[in-house]
Design a protein around this ligand. Structure first.
Ligand SMILES: [Zn+2]
Length: 130
């Protein structure tokens, strides 16, 4: 199996869940586009869910959700780091992310900004959320 295939296979369980959400987004007026091997989804129910979480974009496996297409473009460098993290950690990224954020919060720091997975993404010259 090629290294490229493994990069997609390892996070596939998370990507499959994301594809269901992407389908729901498309059925509710959202848009999907493939960009550099990643499915980017904006609008529809995805937009509403991100607004509830005060997030502009979110990555699940090889699917990136954005409130709008503009949000996807602005956050692309940051979210691509999360895609690489999924390729490295696969489905383990979700519990590790929450564990790291929980430890940060337990230490009196911010769940999101002090999470090492987010710090890696922000160190990729992207801006922290407003
Ligand atoms: Zn992030």
């Amino acid at each position: 199996m090629s290294p490229r295939a493994l990069r997609y296979l390892w996070p596939l369980p998370v990507t499959c869940i994301a594809l269901v959400l992407a389908g729901a987004a498309c059925l509710t007026g959202g848009q999907c586009q493939a960009v550099d091997g990643v499915l980017e989804v904006s609008g529809g129910v995805a937009s509403r869910l991100l607004r509830q979480r005060s997030a502009a974009a979110m990555t699940l496996g090889h699917v990136v959700f954005g409130r709008t297409r503009e949000c996807l473009e602005i956050s692309r460098p940051h979210e691509r780091v999360h895609v690489r993290q999924y390729e490295r950690w696969g489905p383990l990224l979700l519990p590790l992310y929450w564990l790291a954020g929980g430890i940060a919060r337990w230490q009196g720091r911010d769940f999101h900004l002090d999470n090492p997975f987010e710090q890696e993404a922000y160190n990729n010259n992207s801006q922290p959320p407003e």
